[in-house]
Design a protein around this ligand. Structure first.
Ligand SMILES: [Zn+2]
Length: 252
């Protein structure tokens, strides 16, 4: 049940999603992997929207070079753990949200236990080994995962529904090269907010998701291209040969 204060606080969106939609947001547990350029804006809008529980995962500490885009981390936070820095700001934005801070790198070993209880996972990571680990764990537990990535003025986003859509590994069977790349801060902001928008749509059952669709943003000319995707039956993460694959009666 929503309190009187919550009904007032979220009245401008309750007018659209109803109290039932707001209750769904309150009941949700979103796991956000990465509290950098994508994760900061995504988390801020999920907190503002009234998501009830948010687990934030990041093993990094705040660096000076993060500050052009990672808007929950400020000058005073340099050297602090990112989950502590962002958890503090998110808690101040919305004291009603339960926040769990996990200062760990996402790996194949820990990803299942990190996301097992989630309603929804957001991939706001910055490297493919961790993204693949998150993708596999989300497939294993049948949890939707909203993937986003940015470089320079370019960004993309898609929503993976296990057993139904292409997964991250179907789309990117091999990790793209390079670890350090330039980023215009607004590119990360735009894609991070689109990830929060997908989350709000999924959790409230409104609109249509970027399922089997890859939205590509080009900030140079503010253009949006949407590519249709298909699940790859030979995919090493979600393919039909795997135990539990779609149609085999398994969990996936
Ligand atoms: Zn796949």
């Amino acid at each position: 049940m929503l309190s009187e204060r919550e009904i007032m606080r979220y009245s401008r969106q309750i007018a659209f999603i109803g109290e039932e939609g707001q209750e769904r947001l309150k009941a949700a547990h979103v796991v956000l992997a990465g509290t950098g350029g994508l994760g900061c804006p995504a988390a801020a809008y999920l907190a503002a929207a009234g998501v009830g529980r948010l687990t934030i995962i990041d093993s990094d500490r705040v660096e000076l070079t993060n500050l052009n885009r990672q808007i929950l981390h400020w000058e005073k936070d340099i050297g602090r753990e990112k989950v502590v820095s962002s958890g503090e700001k998110l808690g101040a934005m919305n004291p009603g949200m339960v926040i769990r801070e996990v200062c760990e790198t996402v790996t194949m070993e820990n990803a299942p236990s990190l996301i097992g209880q989630a309603s929804l996972v957001i991939d706001a990571l910055d490297n493919f080994p961790a993204r693949y680990a998150l993708n596999c764990a989300a497939l294993e537990y049948g949890i939707p995962c909203i993937h986003g990535a940015v470089s320079g003025f370019d960004g993309h986003i898609t929503t993976v529904i296990p057993g139904k859509t292409a997964c991250l590994q179907c789309i990117f069977p091999d990790p793209p090269g390079g670890s350090e790349f330039p980023i215009i801060g607004t590119t990360a902001g735009i894609i991070g907010i689109m990830q929060a928008n997908e989350a709000i749509k999924y959790l409230t059952g409104r609109g249509s998701l970027l399922e089997n669709r890859l939205l590509i943003w080009d900030g140079r000319d503010s253009s949006v291209t949407i590519l249709d995707l298909e699940r790859d039956p030979r995919c090493s993460a979600c393919g039909d040969h795997l135990p539990g694959a779609p149609g085999t009666g398994g969990r996936r």
